[in-house]
Design a protein around this ligand. Structure first.
Ligand code: GLP
Length: 261
């Protein structure tokens, strides 16, 4: 695991965008796994800027989103379909048929989840998966207690997640209780994973994910089993890491890092 500690949210977003751009430059038809939430907004803004100003090309890219609320139609302002369209897809040149987001309104969830898993494989698997993290350590909607081998399925949201997300809805009772989500096992099959986290309210979850035991009680801790994961953190999110000095030392000593004064 690589831990990159950034001085600001902007720096974190730019560092993550550089990894996405590098992936597309090496493999223009890469398959990206994408996340929603407030955390990746800066990353998406930077990708849009790179597309407009530097010609970053998405015309051969395929994407798979992690999750979607059950019951929200794709034009609902709080649906992840709407989020992705407004915050990324409508600003870049990705062909609509290359975009995959779990369907929140299908009438056969079991069949849809199986198809989603199959489709990821048919497209050659995810080259780069972008993740955020919930305050309880969840990735996608894999709440505490989710099997670390889980696949795409319906998940009941934890009370904490519903409370965390209530700010986006008019009334707390409007927050959906179920979501369709890639499983931890699905996520671990991505070739490379980057997880972004900023802010003090993520510090506990980040420390548990990086330095705690591998446990289904913090599904982000399963990333310790993956061979190519980078955490991009701002200082507040990194503040509870016991080994922070070591991570900064590693960062400073990386080949290509500027010599310290
Ligand atoms: C939701 C999403 C996750 C996301 C998390 C954190 O639970 N399903 O993918 O990582 O929220 O959201 P935020 O970035 O807004 O803190």
């Amino acid at each position: 695991m690589e831990i990159v500690i950034c001085d600001s949210y902007e720096q974190m977003s730019k560092a993550a965008a550089a990894v996405v751009a590098q992936t597309l430059n090496r493999k223009p038809d890469a398959v990206l796994g994408l996340a929603t939430g407030s955390t990746p907004l800066g990353l998406y803004r930077e990708l849009i800027r790179m597309h407009r100003e530097e010609g970053l090309d998405f015309s051969y890219v395929t994407t798979f989103n992690l999750d979607e609320y059950v019951g929200l139609p794709s034009d609902h302002p709080q649906s992840y379909h709407y989020f992705m369209r407004e915050n990324l897809f409508k600003h870049i040149n990705i062909p609509p048929q290359n975009i995959h987001i779990p369907a929140g309104t299908t009438d056969n969830y079991r069949a849809f989840c199986d198809w989603y898993e199959r489709r990821i494989k048919e497209c050659g698997k995810i080259d780069l998966q972008v993740l955020g993290i919930g305050a309880d350590g969840h990735i996608a909607f894999n709440e505490p207690g989710s099997s670390l081998g889980s696949r795409t399925r319906i998940k009941t949201l934890a009370k904490q997640t519903i409370e965390d997300n209530a700010r986006f809805f008019e009334r707390p009772e409007d927050v959906p209780v179920y979501a369709i989500t890639m499983g931890v096992g699905t996520i671990l099959e991505a070739r490379r994973i980057i997880l972004l986290a900023n802010g003090e309210n993520k510090a506990e979850a980040v420390a548990a994910a990086i330095e705690g035991p591998v446990t289904s009680m913090c599904t982000a801790s399963a990333l310790q089993l993956h061979q190519d994961v980078t955490f991009f953190l701002d200082r507040a999110a990194a503040s509870r890491l016991k080994m922070i000095e070591y991570y900064e030392w590693i960062q400073a000593k990386r080949p290509g890092a500027p010599p310290s004064a």
